[in-house]
Write a protein that binds this ligand. Structure first.
Ligand SMILES: [Zn+2]
Length: 256
């Protein structure tokens, strides 16, 4: 698979025009002619990276080409060597942290980090992936809880339909891919095959549902608030439970 021209440029520490970074046309100082590196040209950035077509061109020296050619020139390596780096029989899969798009990275707070230090990002990729997995799990859990509440509204078909449309939109807007399908699949599975996030979501959904029943409140936003509150309540409850357990254990140990 071809690397992105932006990643290659970062790998070789090119100097970006911050305002254009990540846009379709990202500008940076041209490392080939260096015509924009004179003190008088501080605001000039002659090298243009087209991040959609993955090509580059310098408006000054006219140096241009594709992403492999770009890395060849920056690294001084042979074309075949660079090409092999990306096209060799893929035994090792690309690390999943690199497959996260800017929106996904932004949600978990790594977008700026990757932008500012690609090398640092590479070193912390395990951490990035862990944060992402944590986020996905949380997102699935809470939305599963929400879905469970909506599924319970059998007595009010109109309201249920309205909430379902809203829920599908939430899923579409989520950075977690195929969230609606995953939740639906999970819902249709036999209970014995449930994922952990679905079990936790069911538990949270149950608490939120009770709150809805108590107040007879099935407004869209409030339902979401009930779910978030239920999640908080659930976590606090677990914490208190383990504190109590520890205290009991201590008591038992002391009394021996
Ligand atoms: Zn140039």
């Amino acid at each position: 698979m071809l690397p992105s021209i932006l990643d290659v440029a970062q790998l070789y520490d090119l100097q970006f025009n911050p305002r254009s970074f990540g846009k379709r046309e990202t500008l940076c100082k041209c490392p080939f002619c260096k015509a924009d590196s004179h003190p008088g040209k501080r605001k000039k950035y002659y090298l243009s990276l087209n991040t959609e077509d993955n090509v580059y061109k310098c408006w000054y020296c006219k140096e241009s080409g594709g992403v492999i050619d770009f890395e060849v020139k920056l690294s001084g390596k042979a074309f075949s060597e660079v090409k092999q780096k990306y096209f060799k029989k893929r035994k090792k899969a690309v690390h999943l942290a690199y497959e996260l798009d800017p929106y996904q990275l932004e949600i978990i707070g790594w977008k700026e980090y990757k932008r500012k230090s690609f090398k640092g990002f590479r070193e912390k990729r395990e951490e990035v992936l862990r944060d992402w997995k944590h986020f996905v799990r949380k997102e699935l859990t809470l939305n599963y809880a929400l879905f469970m509440c909506i599924a319970h509204l059998e007595g009010q078909p109109n309201r249920q339909r309205e909430l379902l449309v809203w829920f599908i939109k939430i899923c579409w807007d989520s950075p977690v891919p195929n969230m609606y399908e995953r939740i639906q699949d999970e819902f249709l599975k036999p209970k014995s095959d449930s994922s952990e996030w679905a079990m936790e979501g069911t538990e949270i959904g149950r608490i939120a549902w009770k709150a809805c029943i108590k107040t007879m409140d099935f407004e869209l936003e409030n339902l979401l608030i009930h779910v978030i509150y239920a999640d908080y309540f659930n976590r606090e409850n677990k914490k208190a439970h383990s504190r109590k357990e520890r205290a009991t254990q201590r008591f038992l140990l002391d009394s021996v």
